[in-house]
Design a protein around this ligand. Structure first.
Ligand code: SF4
Length: 377
């Protein structure tokens, strides 16, 4: 999108979407397309060029020196290194000193050389998508990553001495018991990442249909109710191991929180480039075309102007999912006073030094407590 507005300083956070994966996982809810088909059609290099053009055309929308860059997907590390590394190098030139540059990776796409080269190119944080250490549960997710690849990736990250990395898991996988989840978490802890994300499985329509075909109609409901029960125990275990829950699904050792995600939850201005990427700068929001081909055709993004109230609700909804909470003054106009009194009385929410925050139980219940706190209509 052309430089059509934004704050004087510009967004200090950049998300770059590379929507290519070696294989598509059955549960995938992201904008991702098979890499091989795009390589065969010669679209990968034009895609990277188009992303660079989008950044250059951003003008004052984007700050000259960025606080965070997040290269997500898709699987960025699935790209051939001769394409990925120069691209990463160009992005890194925009990073301010001390900035955070994260790259998402999947186990079967990393090796020692790549990790060292990424670091040399300016990447300083890695987000490794394990999802589960159980091959059987990954198979339920329709995620074809061999056990050996998982073990090798963990070993490589450790050997290379990558300190700032996140290990990403999914819970609520159909057929997973509490023991399975605890075993995933124990294994994650033994790998020593600085950060652990533990996301609730999202059931896309196609994944839910696949599940119904394979395991019967009630499997999803059973998995969801078990997941809620299991989660509280896992949170206890992670916190006991020193990983502070700083957002409903994210845990970090002190000082190792994802700065990029924190900026997003605080609804700071950010720019997203690449297919399906969303940008929010001031009250302007735009979303790029989801498919690679449409993005390459430079079709216009879908643009909207948010009103102050909508933005306040978004700020409250994102902020209340974090341990930090939200400043009452920032969201006062959308707070339901009666709901707030009820939630405080029940011990789910608290107000301290001008901040509204959810307590431990409130975070466990998440969105249902948040819905009670806000005037959503
Ligand atoms: S690796 Fe991630 S982005 Fe790619 S298909 Fe699987 S879930 Fe989707």
């Amino acid at each position: 999108m052309a430089a059509t507005g934004g704050s004087a300083v510009g967004a200090r956070h950049l998300y770059v979407h590379l929507p290519f994966c070696r294989r598509r996982c059955a549960y995938c809810d992201f904008a991702s397309e098979p890499l091989a088909a795009h390589q065969a059609s010669g679209r990968v290099e034009p895609y990277l060029s188009r992303v660079r053009e989008e950044i250059e055309a951003a003008g004052e929308i984007l700050a000259p020196a960025l606080e965070t860059i997040y290269l997500g997907g898709g699987t960025p590390t699935a790209l051939p290194r001769e394409l990925l590394l120069p691209f990463v190098g160009v992005l890194a030139e925009r990073l301010a000193p001390g900035g955070e540059f994260t790259v998402e990776a999947n186990p079967e796409t990393v090796d020692r050389l790549l990790l060292e080269e990424l670091r040399a190119a300016g990447v300083n944080r890695l987000s490794l998508g394990i999802q589960s250490f159980s091959e059987e549960l990954r198979c339920t997710l329709g995620r074809q990553v061999p056990q050996e690849a998982v073990n090798d990736a963990i070993e490589t990250v450790t050997e290379v001495g990558w300190r700032e990395w996140s290990l990403d898991l999914v819970y609520g996988i159909p057929g997973a018991s509490l023991d399975d989840l605890l075993s995933d978490v124990e294994r994650a802890l033994s790998c020593g990442p600085a950060h652990i994300s533990l996301y609730d499985l999202t059931y896309t329509d196609s994944f839910a249909a696949r599940l119904r075909r394979r395991s019967g109609p009630q499997t999803r409901e059973l998995a969801e109710s078990a997941a809620e029960e299991h989660y509280a125990q896992v949170v206890d275990r992670l916190e006991e191991a020193g990983y502070r829950r700083y957002e409903v699904s994210n845990f970090a050792l002190a000082g190792h929180e994802s700065r990029h995600n924190q900026a997003y939850w605080r609804l700071e201005d950010y720019m997203g480039v690449g297919a399906a990427a969303v940008s929010t700068v001031g009250l302007r929001r735009w979303t790029n075309p989801r498919r690679v081909r449409a993005y390459l055709e430079a079709r216009s993004p879908e643009a909207e102007t948010l009103d102050e109230r909508t933005k306040m609700i978004e700020r409250a909804m994102l902020g209340l999912r974090t341990r930090e909470g939200v400043l009452m003054a920032e969201v006062g106009l959308v707070l339901d006073e009666d709901g707030l009194a009820r939630m405080r009385e029940a011990g789910f929410a608290q107000v301290e030094e001008g901040y509204l925050r959810l307590g431990r139980r409130g975070l466990d219940l998440g969105n249902s407590v948040i819905a009670d706190l806000l005037l959503l209509d």
